[in-house]
Design a binder for this molecule. Structure first.
Ligand code: F6R
Length: 608
């Protein structure tokens, strides 16, 4: 995820901005840049790679980069390659307006065409650059007014900060869904995508809300409603975080922070990919022609990514009616698989570096199959070992236990399944439109769910934290969520867990049940819900405790029922996993364990 920092005040701000970017490094980035407003013009430096490279680039400029109004940015490439030209800040043709932007501008291509027709010269491949040109086009003596007009023409979700050489001592920020926050110092103001960026300078903050514009000067701030232009009152709050808490965004652990970032991760993964009636994945490197004729999809992955693949398998078979198989990468690569040029192999890996997944992808290519990678990391090995790539855009995940990257993988697989269904003509327009509408709402549903189930998850964790074993039961996509929920609990709490297809319970695992066993049942809406209900009754008959995850509006007879919002049943997995992540999290915390760094585990597994 990208980072923004801006400063306006009396101080020479180059080093302040570099330090702000350093404090945002934990969010992950692949290039960075700074723009400073000097006496009459704006100087800018970009660098690919880490901040050391940016510092070197700044030093190479013999200190020409000076000023007391400036913006800085760390970029995590989503639109356009990792190059200096694509790094932010971006400027308009006359180099008078500079912007740094996080997020996605969905209508960038139509805006770019209009701006080019009006004479604008673009220098990058990014969607963000249109914002600088658009503000410049509207600039007529008032930067805030120009930002307001530009904002009203933009679609997507983003946060940006703009400055203009004609308006020294002014920064203007705008927020549409992506985070933006202001820091109020003594005779100076800061703006950033996260509080840690300026926490060493001030603890007084003003939160920019969704759909607001803010003008900053050394004297303070002015908030504006973008449609009406009316002023908005905003109080100043004091944050009491120490440095460590700041890095974690005020959460106790990275894992909890990342659980709360899932709505943003999904919003990013969806951004620009949903038309009203179809899925637009852009150029994924695998042609529509190939996908129309594809014989079989085989998904390979490890761990959590394997569970996301399972959800994908069901989605592909149900929506696109294309035969889909799923295998653990470390098994697939050694089973001498039969493959040919009509097969598509999808390798899912958040890191893009997992040895077994890479080996499985290479083997598939050697045998003539096309290979698509689904990964979170640009430039990772998986992107080089594949014919095509779909990026999840979950941002850097620091907690070893995957959370937000899992949900982003599930969504990416579902986008792919819907695209395939479109090409195969297997879903009617009404169903497609309903699914797209529900996907659009997914970030909001996730954001609300994370908050609304928190207390219940804590209570359940408290009740069962000392149990020696947990069984998870589910069917269909619910089984994938059980496998993932069980993995989360075992890897961070070290409690043995088992996840089973509920229909298999009577073939053995039922022997494990007694009145001390918590059984987590994923019983969300689905065509097999009745069967799942019977399984729950069987569990209860053995005296075990049932905690069920169910869809709002369905009655499930269990000791504890956690409700998730109603959607199409195949979209339930990205919601159903959230309470299970939280239950696992609170159990591990109650046992005093280090959830961010569980024993024996590494974030990236590069050995076989
Ligand atoms: C579990 C977890 C692991 C990874 C697995 C694959 O929380 O994170 O199971 O999912 O090691 O990693 P990637 O997705 O990077 O290939």
């Amino acid at each position: 995820m990208c980072g923004i920092i801006g400063y306006v005040g009396p101080r020479e701000c180059r080093d302040l901005l570099l330090e702000g970017l350093r404090r945002l490094e934990y969010r992950g980035y692949d290039s960075a840049g700074l723009s400073l407003l000097g006496d009459d013009d704006i100087g800018s430096v970009h660098a690919v790679g880490n901040l050391e490279r940016l510092r070197d680039a700044v030093a190479d400029g013999n200190g020409h980069l000076r000023g007391s109004t400036g913006i800085g940015h760390t970029r995590w490439a989503t639109h356009g390659r990792v190059t200096e030209a694509n790094a932010h800040p971006h400027s308009d043709t006359s180099n008078r307006v500079h912007i740094a932007l996080n997020g996605i501008v969905e209508n960038w291509s139509e805006l770019r065409a209009q701006l080019e027709a009006a004479g604008a010269k673009f220098t990058s491949e990014t969607d963000a650059e249109v914002v600088a040109h658009l503000i410049a086009q509207h600039l007529d003596g008032d930067l805030t007014e120009a930002v307001r007009r530009a904002y009203n023409e933009l679609r997507g979700h983003y946060a940006f900060v703009a400055m203009s050489a004609d308006h020294p001592g002014v920064l203007v920020g705008a927020r549409k869904e992506c985070p933006l926050v202001v820091g109020i110092g003594k005779g100076e103001s800061f703006i950033a995508s996260a509080i840690p960026a300026f926490l060493a300078e001030t603890r007084n903050v003003q939160l920019v809300q969704d759909g607001e514009i803010v003008e900053l000067t050394s004297e303070g701030t002015r908030f504006v409603e973008p449609v009406s232009g009316q002023p908005i009152e905003r109080e100043v709050e004091e944050v009491d975080w120490d440095d460590e808490a700041a890095e974690k965004g005020g959460y106790e652990t990275f894992m909890l922070k990342e659980i709360h970032e899932q709505a943003d991760a999904v919003a990013e993964t969806l951004a620009g990919r949903l038309d009203s009636e179809a899925i637009d994945l852009g150029d994924i490197g695998i042609s529509d022609e190939f996908l129309r004729n594809v014989r079989r999809v085989i998904i390979v992955a490890c761990g959590t990514s394997y569970h996301a693949g399972l959800v994908g398998r069901y989605s592909i078979e149900t929506w696109a009616r294309v035969s889909a198989e799923m295998d653990v990468a470390s098994e697939f690569r050694y089973r001498n698989p039969l493959l040919d040029e009509r097969d598509l192999v999808i390798g899912i890996s958040q890191s893009g570096e997992t040895a077994d997944t890479l080996a499985a992808m290479r083997l598939a290519r050697e045998r003539g199959a096309k290979v698509l990678s689904i990964t979170n990391i640009m430039g990772s090995q998986a992107t080089r070992d594949a014919d095509g790539v779909i990026f999840t855009r979950a941002g850097l995940e620091i907690g070893v236990a995957a959370t937000k990257t899992f949900v982003a993988q599930v969504i990416a697989m579902q986008l792919f399944a819907l695209k395939l269904a479109g090409l195969h003509g297997t879903l009617g327009p009404e169903v497609t439109t309903t699914l797209i509408t529900q996907l659009r709402r997914m970030p909001h549903m996730i954001a609300e769910l994370v908050d609304s189930v928190d207390e219940q998850a804590r209570r359940i964790a408290d009740q069962f934290k000392d149990c020696g074993f947990f069984l998870y039961l589910g069917r269909h996509v619910g089984l994938a969520i059980c496998l993932e929920g069980a993995l989360k609990l075992k890897e961070i709490s070290y409690i043995p867990t088992d996840a089973y297809a509920a229909g298999e319970m009577k073939h053995g695992p039922i022997a494990l049940l007694d009145e001390n066993t918590p059984v987590i049942c994923v019983a969300t809406d689905s065509p097999v819900l009745d069967k799942m209900m019977s399984n729950i009754a069987e569990v209860q008959a053995r005296g075990a405790h049932v905690v069920a995850v169910a869809t709002e509006g369905t009655h499930v007879d269990a000791e504890e029922v956690i409700k998730v919002p109603r959607t199409d049943w195949l979209l339930q997995p990205a919601l159903a996993i959230i309470p299970l992540q939280l239950v696992a999290y609170y159990i591990a915390c109650a046992r005093g364990l280090n959830v961010d760094q569980p024993r024996n585990l590494a974030k990236t597994v590069t050995v076989e």
